[in-house]
Design a protein around this ligand. Sequence first.
Ligand code: CP
Ligand code: NVA
Length: 311
Amino acid sequence: MGHFLKETDFSRQEVAEIFALARDLKQKRGTRLKLLAGQTWAMIFAKSSTRTRVSFEVAIHELGGNPLFLNTNDIQIGRGETIADTAKVLSRFVHGLVVRTYAQSDLEELAAHGGLPVINALTDYLHPCQIYADAFTAAERWAGPKGDLLASLKGRKIAFLGDTRFNMANSWILGANLFGMTVSLAGPKGYEPGATIRADVKKFGGGFRFTTDPYEAVAGADIVYTDVWTSMGQEKEAAERQRRMLPYQVTRKLFAAAKKDALFMHCLPAHVGEEVTQDVLNNPRCIIFDEAENRLHMQKAILATLAGLRR
Ligand code: CP
Ligand code: NVA
């Protein structure tokens, strides 16, 4: 049973194939491809979403399948039915699950009990669909229309700024190591990468650099990346986070300290004037909307790959 719960669930060889498939599906958008014909995929969401929800619904539909959106407030899981029972029941109806929730362990439990493929659509720990789409977006630029996408990432440096203790930072730590990149993270003391990601990246045989100096992190970077300072579920900490993370705001000056041709990336939604300033978002090397679009093409490739693994 294939699942996509974390970046490293696919090998480098599989990543190369998924990236190539995403490029092919992007070029062929509009042609009738029935890779998920006859399949219904349930999308269980416990948190808000614009990009992930819409891109998955459109992706499943365009592949000939049927997306079934389930807000956890509307299903019995919101009233205490166990994850294991929910997974067992859904497996009698649908062909796969796309899940956005809080604890990564809940996702692992669903995957263990459901008997059907599970895709991580964001947890507090990781957001792997985003990282695959992001890496693909940079690779498209660097490899060109026919070049080797994965090879174009090799040796590139990403600098991640702000909250280096949550899902996007963790995902870049795993993703960068998987894609052959280096990753430097800069954030305030107390918000550095935690024990679980340290153990996971060590198990993978990789590493990362952490510093409290944002200029040290961006020096020589090919990508400057940031995320909101207050993630979903952390709203009560917003004032403290804004105060502590202000030195890591991506300003024109900080962005200019990276490589001359560096790209600015952000998973979105952006909070302008907090983690990034408007002038950086206006820069032609800001590729945030290409990232958002590529969620669709990349998730099609991931869905098709997992559907294929089931046969
Ligand atoms: N980047 C991302 O996952 O956005 P949504 O929260 O809108 O899905
Ligand atoms: N870190 C953010 C990412 C949103 C896509 C959050 O979890 O809210």
